[in-house]
Ligand binder design. Structure first.
Ligand code: NDP
Length: 515
C-alpha cells in the first residue's frame, strides 16, 4: 500500500495482481480527527464488535491519525479495567500483535456515567473537552449508542441537554450519533424515537446502523445488477417466476434471550435485514451512486409493498418456534428450554412470508422472505428463479418441463454468484443436464477487505449515509409490519399460527403450502 496526500486527505492506494494501480477500488479517504464515544461500553456489542472493528481499522490505517475512544457505562471499570476487558474480548487471540494493541489502547479511556443523570453527562463533557485538546481532535465527535433500545431516547436527550450534540458554526466540529437496531418496536415507537433524536440532532447527524448492508456481498448486489448490461433486461416479471430471500442461522438465542423474547424473528430480522435485501434486489437503478438517490429508490420499493392480508395469515405467513433437535450432530434444547426464555413463550423464532410489490416491474412475482434460528445451517442467499422456457421444442423427447434458469447470490457462507442453465449431456442420446457458472467473490482479491462493522464505523467517520437507514424507510417498513405483528401477538397461540419445527431442520413443514 502506498499513501499520498491529496487535498489535505490521505489516500491509500492498493494494487491488483497484475501490478496496475486500482486506486478507484481501494481508495479510502481517512476521516477527520475525531473522538469516538461508546455509550454502554461495558456490554456485549462493544467487546465483541465495536472495539475489535476499531482495532482492525487502526491496524489497516483506517482510523484518523488523531483520535481517542471513550467507553461510558454505569459499571465502574476505570481506564485500566476497560482496556483489559477489551483486550480479552478480542476474538483473534492468537494473532494479536501486543505492541500494536498497546499503542491502540493508549487511545482508550473510560468514564462511569448514569444514563439518566445530567450531572454525569456534564462531567463527561468537561473530560471530553480536555481530551480533545490533548488529542487535537478539533471537536469532531461520534457517539455510538451501544445500550438497550429502551435507553436510546433518554440517553440522546442527556447528550443533547449537556450541550454535547451541537455542531460548531464555523464548519469544524461535526457531531454524529449512531443508533443500533431495533429502531422502535412498531410504527408508533419508531416515530417517537425519531422525534426524541431530532430534539437535539439533525437528520444528517443520525446514523441508523444495519451492519448487514456493509457486508461485501450485500454491497455487491447493486454492482452486479447495475454494472452489467445483461441482467437488467430480464430482471422483471416477464422472466422471473419468484424470488427467495433466505437468512437462516444455526445458532439459537445464545446469551440474548432477554432481547429476543421482546423481539422475535419479525422484529429481529424482517424489519431490518430482510427488508434491506428485498430493496436491493427489487429497486430501480438510481441515476447516480449517491446516498440520497440510492435511499430514495429503496423507499420506493417499500412504498410498493402490497398491504399484507392480515385476514389470511395462513396463506401468506408461516411462523415457527424451534423444539429440541440436533445441530451438527449435537443435541440442542427447545427455544422454551433456553436460559431466560419463558417456558410458555409464544415468540416466533422462524418466519416465512410471501409478499408482493405492486409496481410494473414486479406485478405478480412472489417474494418469499425466510429467516429463522436453529435451522439446518447458517445460510444467507437470494435466489432469483427464472421462468421455464415458453415453449419446449424437446417436448417429444424430454417431456414438457425443462428446468428453469436460476441465479443465486450467495451472501453467507459461500460468497459467490451461481447461474444454473441447461446444456446437452454428452453422448448419443438427447439429454439435458443442469450446469452452473460460478463466481467466488474472493477470487483474485489481494487487498484487505473490511468486516461489516469496520465498514459502517468508517462510513460514520467519513459522513457517508449510503449504508444506513433513513427514517422514511424505517417508518414504511414498520407500517407494513406493525399490523402483522399485532395480529400475531394477539392470537398466535389461539389461531395456531405458531408452528413447531425441530432444531436442525428448515422450518415447519407448512412452508410448502405457501409456495
Ligand atoms: P447489553 O445488553 O450488553 O447492554 C449494553 C450495556 O448497557 C450494558 O453493559 C449495561 O451497562 C447497560 N445496560 C444494560 N441493560 C440496562 C438496563 N436495563 N438499564 C440500564 N443500563 C443497562 O447490549 P448489547 O451490547 O448486546 O447491545 C447494545 C445495542 O446494540 C442494543 O440496542 C442491541 O439491540 C444492539 N445490537 C446488539 C447486537 C449484539 O450482537 N450484541 C447486534 C445488533 C444490535 P452498565 O450496566 O455498565 O451501564
Amino acid at each position: 500500500m502506498d499513501q499520498k496526500e491529496s487535498h489535505g486527505k490521505t489516500i491509500v492506494i492498493g494494487h491488483i495482481q497484475d501490478g496496475s494501480p486500482v486506486d478507484r477500488c481501494v481508495m479510502e479517504h481517512l476521516s477527520d480527527p475525531c473522538a469516538i464515544l461508546i455509550v454502554g461500553a461495558s456490554g456485549d456489542l462493544t467487546g465483541r464488535k465495536i472495539i475489535p472493528a476499531l482495532f482492525n481499522l487502526y491496524l489497516h490505517s483506517g482510523l484518523p491519525r488523531r483520535f481517542f475512544i471513550v467507553g461510558c457505562a454505569r459499571t465502574e471499570l476505570g481506564g485500566n479495567g476497560f482496556r483489559e476487558k477489551m483486550r480479552y474480548a478480542l476474538p483473534f487471540d492468537d494473532e494479536i500483535d501486543e505492541t500494536k494493541w498497546r499503542h491502540f489502547s493508549h487511545h482508550l479511556h473510560y468514564r462511569t456515567i448514569d444514563y439518566d443523570d445530567l450531572s454525569s453527562f456534564l462531567k463527561l463533557k468537561q473530560d471530553l473537552e480536555r481530551l480533545e485538546i490533548q488529542f487535537k481532535t478539533q471537536g469532531n465527535r461520534l457517539f455510538y449508542l451501544a445500550i438497550p433500545p429502551s435507553l436510546y431516547r433518554q440517553t440522546a436527550r442527556m447528550i443533547g441537554t449537556a450541550g454535547l450534540s451541537k455542531e460548531q458554526e464555523n464548519g469544524n466540529g461535526w457531531v454524529r450519533i449512531v443508533v443500533e437496531k431495533p429502531f422502535g418496536r412498531d410504527l408508533e415507537t419508531a416515530v417517537d424515537l425519531d422525534k426524541s433524536l431530532h430534539e437535539h440532532f439533525r437528520e444528517h447527524q443520525i446514523y441508523r446502523i444495519d451492519h448487514y448492508l456493509a457486508k461485501e456481498t450485500v454491497q455487491n448486489i447493486l454492482m452486479f445488477r447495475f454494472a452489467n448490461a445483461i441482467f437488467e433486461p430480464v430482471w422483471n416479471r416477464t422472466y422471473i417466476d419468484h424470488i427467495t430471500v433466505m437468512a437462516a442461522e444455526d445458532l439459537g438465542v445464545e446469551h440474548r434471550a432477554g432481547y429476543y423474547e421482546q423481539a422475535g424473528v419479525l422484529r429481529d430480522m424482517f424489519q431490518n435485514h430482510m427488508m434491506q435485501l428485498l430493496a436491493l434486489t427489487a429497486m430501480e437503478p438510481p441515476s447516480r451512486f449517491e446516498a440520497d438517490r440510492v435511499l430514495d429508490e429503496k423507499v420506493k420499493v417499500y412504498r410498493a409493498l402490497r398491504p399484507f392480508p392480515v385476514d389470511d395469515m395462513r396463506g401468506n405467513l408461516v411462523l415457527g418456534q424451534y423444539t429440541s433437535g440436533t445441530i451438527h450432530g449435537m443435541p440442542v434444547p427447545a427455544y422454551r428450554e433456553e436460559e431466560d426464555v419463558s417456558p410458555q413463550s409464544f415468540v416466533p423464532t422462524f418466519a416465512m412470508m410471501k409478499i408482493f410489490l405492486d409496481n410494473w416491474r414486479w406485478q405478480g412475482v412472489p417474494f418469499y422472505l425466510t429467516s429463522g434460528k436453529r435451522m439446518a445451517k447458517k445460510l444467507t442467499e437470494i435466489i432469483i428463479q427464472f421462468k421455464e422456457v415458453p415453449h419446449s421444442m424437446f417436448r417429444q423427447i424430454l417431456g414438457e418441463h425443462i428446468t428453469a434458469n436460476r441465479l443465486i447470490l450467495g451472501i453467507y457462507p459461500e460468497e459467490r454468484i451461481t447461474l444454473t442453465f441447461q446444456t446437452k449431456n454428452p453422448g448419443a442420446k438427447v439429454c439435458l443436464r443442469s450446469v452452473t457458472m460460478d463466481f467466488h467473490y474472493d477470487q483474485g482479491v489481494t487487498g484487505p477487505s473490511l468486516d461489516a462493522y469496520e465498514k459502517v464505523l468508517m462510513d460514520c467517520m467519513l459522513g457517508d449515509h449510503m449504508l444506513f437507514w433513513r427514517q422514511d424507510g424505517v417508518e414504511l417498513c414498520w407500517s407494513f409490519l406493525t399490523p402483522i405483528l399485532r395480529v400475531c401477538e394477539e392470537c398466535s397461540a389461539k389461531a395456531g399460527i405458531l408452528l413447531p419445527y425441530g432444531a436442525g431442520t428448515w422450518g415447519p413443514e407448512e412452508i410448502e403450502k405457501l409456495k
